[in-house]
Design a protein around this ligand. Structure first.
Ligand SMILES: Cc1ncc(COP(=O)(O)O)c(C=O)c1O
Length: 421
């Protein structure tokens, strides 16, 4: 990612009406507007059907000799392969399933904590991240690690030029987000990995907020670990960790003695929620179908997923431009990238305040008008401090995804104008 606009042209016009028709929850809730997608997105019908079908016909433990149990094993294996394709990896065993992103951050930090020794004992964290990807690393400072802060600039973006002088032969790991769940600002994670690897350090990426918005490419980014949450990406509540095979092999994780000491099993203590893994698989089927519609020439699963995520990204840039115009028209303070010419540096997640108004009142006013947004600290106390915002009040966040429309933004604009006056 560079500061100049990268091409994110849709291969054909983005079929937002057809997309919305695939999400029964949107029609059921209408005219309610979902602008709280950063807290969890809606699921397409294929996900609902797949979860229900799993519970009806395959609600059994894996690893048995009977057909239903073997079908569960096959579903888990197939989902690993699909998730690997969605991430741009090619080894399904590099994907481990579990409850959520936070627990995987903890799992990796607890494991790395056991291996950290001086002089390579520094962990770089940022003041822009969700607290989950800060606090778990700060815990290690009580024992083995030293924490180094990579701070945002006044433009409320993380610049890799500021990271480079923080790195040395002492750096063990850089932990950062791919995009801010509060500001929507993107991070040039490929350059982060390049800089970290140049000094022999590893990179842990929080991809939770990025995953519904644009293409993930673990090979191009060359990260070592990456976590996602299904419920942010149109699947049910579940999480997964991707890691380079060699990195996962090195991790000293907890497992019962009879579990193979190899990925993915050494990462997956206990039983995870199979029906939600089936739902994640269906969410990728949804992306694949969208990609086939956008690019009929895409001949592989990865090519169709690339088409889907490229189309989504292009549509979301239009949404970002429209939202920024609304904020400018009501004199709102937008944190993060606020120029309509720089929407390639952000996703359509907006944290803002209206002059002289309490965030809770704005968020309540939106709720009363049938628009679901959110106010508060967004689980990012250090970010709030950097923005000069009190933790108790914070800011308002309106977060959009590809099923949102410019018509919804028009209604949001009308309500916001009333609230601002
Ligand atoms: C950027 C980011 N990281 C981490 C998390 C935590 O994810 P989970 O709820 O899956 O633990 C969230 C949740 O909102 C998030 O937005």
């Amino acid at each position: 990612m560079t500061d100049s606009p990268a091409p994110a042209a849709a291969i054909s016009p983005f079929p937002v009406d057809a997309v919305r028709a695939r999400f029964p929850a949107l029609a059921r809730a209408a005219p309610f507007i979902y602008f709280d997608n950063a807290a969890g997105a809606q699921a397409p019908g294929v996900v609902l059907d797949t979860v229900a079908a799993h519970l009806l016909d395959f609600n059994v433990q894996r690893g048995g000799r009977y057909p239903k149990s073997q079908a569960v094993d096959r579903m888990i294996d197939a989902t690993r392969a699909k998730v690997a394709a969605w991430l741009g990896g090619d080894d399904p065993d590099e994907v481990a399933f579990g409850m959520n992103a936070t627990s995987f951050m903890r799992l990796v930090s607890l494991a790395l904590g056991q291996t950290i020794t001086a002089p390579r004992d520094e962990i770089v964290v940022t003041d822009m991240d969700h607290h989950a990807n800060i606090s778990t690393w700060l815990e290690l400072a009580k024992t083995s690690a030293k924490i180094v802060w990579w701070r945002m600039r006044e433009d409320q973006r993380l610049h890799v030029e500021d990271l480079i002088p923080l790195l040395s032969g002492r750096t063990r790991l850089v932990a950062c987000t791919v995009v801010s769940h509060a500001l929507g600002s993107r991070v040039d994670v490929a350059s982060v990995a390049q800089a970290a690897h140049a000094v022999g350090a590893e990179v842990f990426l929080d991809c939770v907020h990025y995953s519904p918005h644009a293409l993930i490419d673990v090979k191009a980014w060359d990260c070592d670990y990456l976590v996602c949450s299904g419920y942010k990406a149109f699947a049910p509540h579940m999480g997964f960790l991707w890691g380079k095979r060699a990195a996962l092999e090195r991790l000293p994780t907890f497992r019962e003695e009879f579990i193979p000491d190899a990925p993915p099993h050494k990462i997956e203590a206990g039983t995870f929620i199979f029906e939600n893994v089936a739902g994640m698989s269906a969410a990728i089927d949804y992306f694949e179908a969208l990609g086939a519609e956008l690019d009929s020439g895409a001949s592989t699963l990865r090519a169709r997923l690339v088409a889907a995520m490229t189309g989504i990204e292009a549509h979301e840039r239009d949404l970002s431009r429209a939202m920024l115009e609304v904020f400018a028209s009501v004199g709102a303070t937008v944190y993060g990238v606020a120029s309509a010419n720089a929407v390639h540096l952000r996703v359509p997640t907006f944290t803002f305040n209206l002059p002289g108004k309490l965030p809770a009142d704005v968020s309540q006013g939106l709720a009363d008008a049938g628009i679901g947004a959110r106010d508060g600290h967004m689980y990012a106390p250090r970010l709030m401090e950097r923005l000069g915002l009190p933790l108790e009040t914070g800011a308002v966040r309106a977060s959009l995804v590809h099923y949102n429309t410019t018509a919804e933004i028009d209604r949001f604009a009308t309500v916001l104008r009333d609230l601002a006056s």
